[in-house]
Design a protein around this ligand. Structure first.
Ligand code: NDP
Length: 447
């Protein structure tokens, strides 16, 4: 059987064995279709069925999460944790609380996390978890009761050497606090390294909150450098206004970029003079409100209900909200408006058609596996600090993050070159990550 036919068969099997999990199918196809040249160079990976094994999660847990709302009414949600691959270290990956969560979303995220974690060079495996619980509009007490119930089942599957969750959509420092409190209470252990994204006041790394957004910009800086350009003076558009988007905007502005738009799931704010990031922080982090209230009464900014952020002209476009939020039509609009760099702060935000369009148009395209790896890399730094009972300064941790992002960029760039696709970060990231995991799996035998 030819290598291409073999890869096609593997994808078909994944689709057949995991019916209805369309995001997971998309994530597997995206990686598998780039691995032909690797199989040609390394027949041992085919012989030992490494791709087939990587596509099957090592473990999946699905559980009931009952809790009581403020009206004493019983609510029932579903909890998930998928430990996809532990060849390089304990399972590591965030928890997502969002109504759209189901097994297919968690599996796509966990699958991507395997390769992302591998290219950070840190000793961490790939996992993801979450629930269809919607924290939006809930009181602190409701969120706490939900988190306590969620952890009452999940704790038995965790451990600093086994599985270490963090945050993702809908899970920030508040939720991590409630989850850690319940874990500590049930296990009778102050095991700081069991969760990352903790508050710096009790074991969290400084810069973890900022790390995915800052890391994304350090990666974009390298992408531009590779093309003989700099960030200074450019215009950017960012989707989302959550953790990743806010700190991406903050770092862009610090490095001389004008960010003219951001969004939430209800609409877009267009502020041609530059988004006021402190105002967005206040609305999202303090008030837990909606972007609609941004600039109310000031007359400068325009709020476009249900608008598309990608229609606003920019040179740098950073999707930082959710999967498949940037489609072919949007990609055409961006290219038409002169966009030169697209880098994914979110996981799989660009559809396959849009990704191909960018690459064909010569736009520098940074896939999430590489471009947003700064978050998990800083989580691994948090684990190091917890293990050594140390606490590093903001500057020290930020410098380490910048070095890690530079190295990820250099590795992806070099591997893309080696495999005959210079400048193609999709190929570079997929192959660099895969090789690390595959070599470890071979070393361990059939486990
Ligand atoms: P947050 O919950 O802090 O923010 C998510 C943002 O995206 C919000 O502005 C939200 O708007 C918007 N959003 C979410 N779902 C949708 C949707 N279906 N349609 C439109 N907008 C949506 O999450 P994060 O910033 O932490 O995560 C954003 C992305 O980055 C995710 O893909 C996540 O997997 C990825 N990521 C996060 C990392 C981290 O460290 N946090 C690390 C690596 C990747 P609204 O408030 O209206 O829902």
């Amino acid at each position: 059987m030819s290598i291409e036919a073999r890869v096609a068969t593997i994808i078909d099997q994944v689709i057949r064995r995991n019916p209805g999990e369309v995001e997971f199918h998309q994530a597997v196809r995206e990686v598998a279709e780039t691995l032909g040249p690797v199989l040609r160079k390394h027949p041992e990976f085919s012989h030992h069925k490494i791709i087939e094994r990587i596509c099957e999660p090592e473990r999946q847990v699905i559980f009931r999460v009952p809790w009581q709302d403020t009206h004493a009414e019983v609510q029932i949600n579903r909890g998930f944790r998928v430990g996809f691959n532990s060849a390089l270290g304990p399972y590591k990956g965030g928890l997502r609380f969002h109504p759209s969560v189901y097994l297919g979303v968690i599996k796509f995220l966990a699958f991507e996390q395997i390769f992302k974690n591998a290219i950070t060079g840190m000793p961490i495996g790939g996992a993801k978890g979450g629930s269809d619980f919607d924290p939006k509009g809930k009181t602190d007490g409701e969120v706490m009761r939900f988190c306590q119930s969620f952890m009452t089942e999940l704790y038995r599957h965790l451990g600093e050497h086994t599985d270490v969750p963090a945050g993702d959509i809908g899970v920030g420092a508040r939720e991590i606090g409630y989850l850690f409190g319940q874990y500590k209470r049930i296990t009778n252990r102050y095991e700081s390294g069991v969760l990352t994204g903790k508050s710096p006041e009790w074991g969290g790394a400084l810069v973890r909150k900022e790390s995915t957004g800052y890391g994304l910009i350090f990666f974009v800086e390298e992408m531009l450098k590779a093309r003989g350009q700099t960030l200074e003076g450019k215009t950017a558009v960012v989707s989302g206004s959550g953790n990743v988007a806010i700190y991406a905007m903050e770092k862009l502005q610090a490095l001389g970029v004008r960010v003219v738009a951001c969004s939430d799931s209800n609409g877009v704010v267009h502020d041609p003079q530059g988004i006021d990031v402190e105002a967005v922080k206040r609305i999202k982090e303090v008030e837990r409100g909606r972007l609609e209230s941004y600039g109310r009464g000031s007359g400068k900014a325009k709020y476009i209900a249900q608008g598309c952020v990608w229609d606003i002209p920019c040179q740098i476009a950073l999707p930082c909200a959710t999967q498949n939020e940037l489609d072919e039509r949007a990609a055409r609009a961006l290219v038409g408006n002169g966009c030169i760099v697209v880098a994914e702060g979110a996981n799989m935000p660009t559809t396959p058609e849009a990704t191909h369009l960018f690459i064909d148009a010569g736009v520098a395209f940074g896939p999430g596996k590489a471009a947003n790896a700064g978050g998990v890399a800083t989580s691994a730094l948090e684990m190091q600090q917890n293990a050594s009972r140390d606490a590093w300064t903001f500057e020290f941790t930020e410098n380490r993050l910048r070095e890690i992002m530079r190295k990820i960029h250099a590795d992806c760039y070099a591997v893309a070159d080696e495999y005959g696709k210079p400048g193609n970060y999709v190929i570079g990231a997929n192959i660099a990550g895969f090789l690390r995991v595959a070599r470890a799996m071979l070393a361990f035998g059939l486990v």
